[in-house]
Ligand binder design. Structure first.
Ligand code: FES
Length: 567
């Protein structure tokens, strides 16, 4: 049996003459000045996501040099290649819509190009999920290195971090307690360095999940973007990838298993991470045929304490988390609950990792012990009921405790446009006890499941001091946001789910203790109603938008494309 091709001989272009294809490829490679000695080495592809539209990856040129240094020093040839990048705030309608496009580019470029292993460089919210989804499907040895979080800024004596403080100041601006001059000052002080958002938002949550899944060097997820250790992590990742190129493993399917996915869910709950991570983890796991069962998720949530005191729920920032002990601190707090046999890219098992002595004590002001948790139960729960028969998500850790058991009158907006037009109308019939409902903002909607689940408090209530209300939608919420917010309602309104049938004045009951969300309307009455339509929405009829609408799966299946999940 002939040996599997290695290095530049991987996946030769098919001209019907293998030797000619090899000769041609080497000839063009030599146009870049490579010697035979370089071209005969194992090849490490470096999938980079630098872009002028991605502020979070501003430092990737420097990180890339560090990865290359590590690869070269370990005896392999580093070959960087671009894929599309997703800068969270620069994409319309949403970055989530393009996550699957990026994942397809990652998968196909890893598979199509001649590399023996790959380093995945990402950070901003959707980039890490897209990289892991693509790499999981491509099946080559892969290791992830992330951008790392931003440092905080300063404003009038307080620390500011994107983007929880963005929302806090904006809410105060809407309420009239911050003026135009101050909001302009704050605008320049929220995001002050390279790196991902400074709180436990989606990017930081996904970085920790990537490390927990075993796809990253241990201890590197939370190193700040501007810290020298970030460059050392990049160099070491390059060296590791060179070794993986030679040994041929581990491939993602050896690391992302049912057990490591469960460990990742535990970490998500213990850090009170982003609700978006539930979608992304479902999509990553789904690439390898692993389902996330919502009942199991709730069982894990009820027995996994919140250990981390960080914004958007608590008080610290990611730089505090890193110096307090990072992921190791969290893993130790839930050690007895973790699947100990799961391994990482270096071959270290969870059991080995937990047994290693730590260089510094864990700082309990930001990472608590299991005996003294921030909260004895996990940060997120799944809800089901007549309003969401297939599930919805609530970040209970970010909710107002008094609203976790609440029944109220629905005030309904049929689309984002309707919301924008009426939410601040002084004549809007709304009180603080009502429940705000947004329809047609789910995965298949024209708005592309935006982070609009954090519906603004109507201005007239905000000015009376109302800070939170129960808000329900099929949309998502930024990982940096907070409030009593029910998200990802499935089936979504666009496919005619019960959410589409809610009308002003209907009663809705939320019970976090029963993990339920119910529309208290007689089914016979509901049967007479027609689903609310988002006015002005025209279904896409061409290009990627059409592919997306035709193929996107519900939030419970990670919003992946139906033809990309492992069958
Ligand atoms: Fe990139 Fe928040 S904008 S992580």
């Amino acid at each position: 049996m002939s040996e599997k091709p290695k290095g530049l001989d991987n996946g030769l272009t098919n001209y019907g003459d293998r030797d000619f294809a090899r000769y041609l490829r080497r000839s063009f490679a030599k146009s870049m000045g490579y010697t035979d000695a370089s071209l005969d080495k194992p090849i490490v592809g470096i999938c980079t996501t630098e872009s002028g539209f991605n502020n979070c990856h501003r430092h990737f040129p420097e990180m890339l040099e560090a990865v290359k240094r590590g690869v070269l020093a370990a005896g392999a040839l580093p070959v960087p290649f671009p894929v599309i990048s997703l800068g969270e705030v620069f994409l319309s309608p949403t970055s989530l819509v393009y996550r699957n496009l990026m994942a397809m580019a990652v998968e196909e470029m890893i598979r199509a190009q001649p590399m023996d292993s790959v380093v995945l460089m990402g950070g901003c919210d959707k980039t890490v999920p897209a990289l892991l989804m693509g790499a999981a499907s491509a099946g080559k040895p892969a290791s992830l290195v992330v951008a790392g979080p931003m440092m905080t800024g300063r404003h009038r004596g307080e620390r500011l971090g994107a983007c929880t403080d963005c929302r806090r100041f904006w809410a105060n601006y809407r309420a009239g307690t911050v003026d135009d001059e101050e909001i302009n000052q704050v605008e320049g002080r929220l995001a002050v360095t390279a790196g991902t958002c400074a709180v436990m938002g989606t990017a930081s949550t996904m970085a920790l999940i990537g490390e927990t899944l075993g796809m990253m060097l241990p201890g590197t997820a939370a190193i700040p973007a501007v810290h020298a250790d970030r460059l050392r992590a990049a160099e070491e990742t390059g060296a590791l990838a060179a070794k993986m190129a030679t040994t041929g493993g581990p491939t993602p399917d050896k690391l992302i298993t049912r057990e490591s996915v469960e460990n990742a869910l535990r970490v998500l709950l213990a850090v009170s991470g982003s609700t978006n991570a539930v979608i992304h983890l479902a999509a990553i796991a789904g690439r390898l045929g692993i389902d996330i069962d919502l009942e199991r998720f709730n069982a894990l949530s009820d027995e996994t304490p919140v250990l981390v005191d960080l914004k958007p729920v608590g008080s610290g920032y990611m730089e505090d988390f890193h110096t307090a002990g990072g992921l190791d601190g969290v893993l130790r707090g839930i050690a007895g609950k973790l699947n100990a046999g799961c391994a990482d890219v270096t071959g270290l098992t969870m059991e080995d990792r937990l047994a290693r002595p730590l260089a510094d004590p864990i700082d309990a002001s930001f990472i608590r012990t299991a005996d003294s948790p921030v909260n004895p139960v996990g940060g997120l729960i799944a809800l089901t009921g007549t309003l969401a028969p297939e599930g919805a998500i609530l970040k209970r850790a970010a909710a107002t405790p008094g609203l976790l058991e609440h029944e109220g009158r629905a005030v309904v907006f049929s689309s984002l446009e309707d919301l924008a037009n009426r939410i601040d109308d002084p004549d809007l019939d709304v009180t603080a006890d009502d429940i705000l409902v947004l329809q047609n903002a789910g995965p298949r909607s024209a708005s592309g499941m935006p982070e609009a689940g954090y519906l603004p408090i109507p201005k007239k209530l905000a000015r009376q001091g109302v800070k939170d209300m129960v808000r329900i939608s099929d949309a998502r919420m930024s990982g940096t946001a907070f409030g009593t917010i029910v998200l990802h309602v499935t089936p979504e309104a666009d496919v005619g789910g019960p959410l589409a049938l809610v009308r002003d004045g209907d009663r809705i009951r939320l019970s976090a203790s029963r993990k339920s969300i119910d529309l208290l309307v007689d089914p016979a009455e509901l049967a007479t109603r027609k689903p609310a339509i988002a006015a002005g929405d025209k279904p896409a009829d061409r290009g990627y938008a059409k592919l997306y609408r035709d193929s996107v799966l519900p939030a419970t299946l990670g919003c992946d494309f139906d033809f990309l999940r492992h069958s």
